[in-house]
Design a protein around this ligand. Structure first.
Ligand code: PMT
Length: 410
């Protein structure tokens, strides 16, 4: 597999040599692209010697061999089409800004626009530059476009300051690269139906009963499944999120609408993941006009339909149905009860009483519960967690090891 390492101009540019070696040790064919600024820190010869390939440093480099018919101006298209992954380490604030805004004024930024391969960006810069709202907005824009960010570490920086901005360690960048390459297409042939967000039940024309779900967990799952080759149907309650690319989105508002969408489409799915936070009750009656304030108010509620239970009742052979559970106390015990009661294949259990994870956060920690196992997935970004959850889901397809008396004796 061909991996292109983009090196931009920061003091951490020398660490890219270590990354190149680490990638080669995993039998990857590594090619290097350098920006003008990177060459102020490291010579292209270093990378050419390590990789055995010409290092591309400019949009206008003449073709290496006189008999080459590759026009230098289209070299980036060839590089973009043949690479399996682009990893930029270190990525300066300038390169990140160019990527975010589609500026293509050198080889690396042009390659970024021209490639359809996955992209990983490992930023490295001064702490104030990293924390600047402009950089953070650019990082968010890239993450929203499926660019995988390997966040910088904290520590003593070359500029003399201490804080976040140091290039992530080589093992962390390597892990991200191998993760992306390894994951590619392991869900090819699957259709994954994901529910996300919090359903809303109207009280009157302007008010509703809702919950704190932002949809981030469900969207991360949809995006990860798509990235890994699945066809994805995302049934989403209202959120403020941009829908992931290449995913069929079915917007709904109420529990009833979500139920209809899930039941209508679930026959197409090989995997159903119910990350949505669904209203358990709705007002028995909806006021036709905006309710006026006049003393205490009692609202009578009726239970909504249990979508997960209805989906399980229609499960076809081989289909996996995964629920989520948000608990605030005795999480594992309640999660296990829910798993048994709803007869799902697994429940992804969130302890939403924990600070900084769960609802609306970009981070989460869960327990993946099956009837016989409980796998702790520690706190991480919802994007990374989505991949870990999908691995556990795929694991349900592998034959489970049965412990017999004789296997214990052996
Ligand atoms: O959206 P985020 O801000 O990223 O937050 C993520 C999350 C905390 C919302 C998510 O990870 C999560 O835990 N979702 C499930 C929350 C929930 O509603 O849990 P529950 O225990 O009430 O429901 C259990 C399961 O039954 C869920 O899969 C739910 O989709 C399903 N359900 C619940 C009620 C109902 N009427 N029908 C259902 O299908």
């Amino acid at each position: 597999m061909k991996v292109t390492v983009g090196v931009s101009g920061g003091i951490a540019a020398y660490k890219a040599a270590e990354l190149v070696r680490a990638l080669q040790q995993h039998a990857l064919d590594v090619h290097v692209v350098m920006t003008e600024a990177a060459m102020q820190f490291v010579q292209p010869l270093t990378f050419a010697s390590l990789t055995g390939h010409k290092v591309i440093t400019s949009l206008w480099t003449p073709p290496e061999s006189p008999d080459s018919n590759l026009d230098s101006a289209i070299e980036h298209i060839e590089a973009a089409q043949t690479t399996d992954l682009l990893v930029v380490a270190p990525a300066t604030a300038n390169v990140i800004a160019k990527f975010a805004h589609g500026i293509a004024d050198d080889f690396l930024s042009t390659l970024y626009l021209a490639t359809t391969a996955p992209v990983i960006v490992a930023p490295a810069m001064n702490v104030n530059m990293w924390q600047h709202p402009a950089t953070q907005a650019n990082i968010e824009a890239l993450a929203a476009r499926n660019v995988r960010i390997v966040p910088p570490d904290s520590g003593y920086l070359a500029c003399g300051m201490t804080g976040s901005g140091r290039l992530a360690d080589t093992p962390a960048i390597l892990e991200a690269v191998l993760g992306v390459l390894h994951h590619r297409n392991d869900l090819a042939g699957e259709t994954v139906l994901v529910t996300a967000g919090g359903t809303r039940e109207a009280l009157d024309p302007v008010r509703f009963l809702g919950n704190r779900s932002s949809g981030k967990m469900g969207y991360a799952l949809a995006e990860a499944a798509e990235r890994r080759g699945a066809r994805v149907i995302l049934v989403t309650a209202p959120t403020a999120l941009r829908p992931p690319a290449n995913v069929e989105v079915i917007p709904v508002t109420t529990t009833e609408q979500m139920r209809d969408a899930v039941l209508n489409r679930m026959a197409e799915a090989t995997i159903v993941i119910k990350a949505a936070a669904v209203a358990d009750y709705r007002p028995l009656k909806q006021a036709e006009q905006k309710m006026k304030r006049s003393g205490p108010l009692t609202i009578e509620l009726e239970p909504t339909e249990d979508i997960l239970a209805q989906a399980v009742a229609r499960r076809r052979s081989g289909q996996l149905i995964i629920g989520f559970a948000a608990e605030t106390q005795d999480a594992v015990a309640h999660g296990r009860t829910k798993l048994m009661r709803k007869r799902a294949d697994a429940i992804v259990l969130n302890d939403v009483s924990r600070e900084g994870i769960g609802f609306d956060s970009d981070r989460n920690a869960v327990t993946f519960l099956t009837p016989t196992t409980a796998v702790e997935l520690p706190e991480m970004s919802k994007r990374d967690l989505a991949d870990r959850i999908l691995e556990e889901v795929l694991g349900l397809r592998r034959p489970q090891k049965v412990v017999t008396e004789s296997s214990v004796i052996e």
